[in-house]
Design a protein around this ligand. Structure first.
Ligand code: C2E
Ligand code: MG
Ligand code: MG
Ligand code: MG
Length: 275
C-alpha cells in the first residue's frame, strides 16, 4: 500500500544517508591513523619560468590508504580540517618540506630552489602559527626565503587584522607568501595592497580554455597586470597546453605550473630530472 511504500522509501533514504555518514566517520578514523602509520607522502609539481628553467615546486600531499589506494586531497583535506587533524598533518608537511630544503641548502644546483607549501585556514588561524613556522625553520636550519607558503584568497575574508599581523610576521622571518587560487575568492583591492604578498597564483579555472578566448583570457590578463602593479610575481597554475603557456608568457606571466609542463611527482623523480 501507499503508506508502507512511503515508509520503505523513507527507510531507504535514511540508509543512504547513514552509509554516507558512516563512510565519513570511517575515513576520519583512518585519517587519524594515517600519520602514525606513515601513509602520507609529499609529491612535488615543478614550477618554471618563461625560459623554461625549473625554479621551484609546489608540495602536494598524497594519502596512500591501505585499502582504498590513493585518496585525493580534495577529499581528505576538508575532512582533516573539520576534525582539526590538519594541524598535525600540516606540521608534518612543513617539517618534510623544511627537511628537504635543509638537504639542498649547500647543493649548488638546488640552493635557489623555492618550495611552496599549502597552508590551510585552520592552520593559519592558530595563534602560534608564525612561531611554529619559525621553530621549524630554525630546527632544520633553512634559509627562510626558500620556503613559500600558499594561502588561499578565500582565507582573506576572515579576521583582517589578524591576517595582516601574521603575514607581516612571516615576512619578517623572510618567508615568501603566495596567494593561491587567485580570482576565485573575493578580496577587495584596497585590502590586497596592504598585504605583504610576494606572489599571486592565477586559479586554473582562468587558465583553462584560454585559447577559446575572451572572458578567461581577459581575466587572466587582468590578474597579471594587477599583480605586477602591486609589485607581485604572478604564476599560472593548471597550464596544460603549449598555447596556454605561450599566451600567458606573452602577457608577462612570470611562472608556470601545470600538467603540460610536468605532473606532480615523487621527490626522487624530481631530483633525477634535475641531474
Ligand atoms: P592547489 O593548491 O590549488 O593545487 C593545485 C592542484 O591542481 C593540485 O591538485 C594539482 O595536482 C592540480 N594540477 C596541477 N596542474 C594541473 C593541470 O594542469 N590541470 C589540472 N586539471 N590540475 C592540475 P591536488 O594535488 O589534487 O590538490 C588539490 C588541493 O588540495 C590543492 O589545490 C590544495 O588546496 C590542497 N592540498 C594539497 N596538498 C595540501 C597540503 O599539503 N596542505 C593543505 N592544507 N592543502 C593541500
Ligand atoms: Mg596550492
Ligand atoms: Mg591553486
Ligand atoms: Mg586550485
Amino acid at each position: 500500500e501507499a503508506k508502507s511504500l512511503g515508509r520503505s522509501r523513507y527507510c531507504f533514504y535514511q540508509t543512504g544517508m547513514q552509509e554516507r555518514v558512516l563512510e565519513r566517520v570511517q575515513l576520519e578514523s583512518d585519517l587519524r591513523q594515517a600519520l602514525v602509520n606513515g601513509e602520507f607522502t609529499l609529491h612535488v609539481q615543478p614550477q618554471w619560468n618563461a625560459q623554461r628553467s625549473m625554479v621551484g615546486a609546489e608540495a602536494l600531499l598524497r594519502w596512500q590508504h591501505p585499502e582504498r589506494g590513493i585518496v585525493s586531497p580534495g577529499v581528505f583535506i576538508p575532512l582533516a580540517e573539520e576534525s582539526r587533524l590538519i594541524l598535525p598533518i600540516g606540521e608534518w608537511v612543513l617539517r618534510t618540506a623544511c627537511q628537504w630544503l635543509s638537504e639542498w641548502r649547500f647543493n649548488e644546483s638546488m640552493s635557489d630552489f623555492i618550495l611552496s607549501v599549502n597552508v590551510s585556514a585552520v592552520q593559519f588561524s592558530q595563534e602560534d602559527f608564525v612561531q611554529q613556522v619559525q621553530r621549524i625553520l630554525s630546527e632544520y636550519d633553512v634559509v627562510a626565503g626558500s620556503l613559500q607558503l600558499e594561502l588561499t584568497e578565500s582565507m582573506l575574508a576572515h579576521d583582517q587584522q589578524d591576517i595582516i599581523t601574521k603575514m607581516s610576521e612571516l615576512k619578517a622571518l623572510g618567508v615568501q607568501i603566495s596567494l593561491d587560487d587567485f580570482g576565485t575568492g573575493y578580496s577587495s583591492l584596497s585590502y590586497l595592497h596592504q598585504l605583504p604578498i610576494d606572489q599571486l597564483k592565477i586559479d586554473q579555472s582562468f587558465v583553462a580554455n584560454i585559447e577559446q578566448g575572451e572572458k578567461n583570457a581577459s581575466l587572466a590578463e587582468s590578474i597579471i597586470s594587477l599583480g605586477h602593479n602591486l609589485g607581485m610575481e604572478v604564476i599560472a597554475e593548471g597550464v596544460e597546453t603549449e598555447v596556454q603557456f605561450n599566451w600567458l608568457a606573452e602577457q608577462g606571466c612570470d611562472l608556470f605550473q601545470g600538467f603540460g609542463l610536468a605532473k606532480p611527482m615523487s621527490i626522487t623523480e624530481l631530483l633525477d630530472s634535475l641531474k
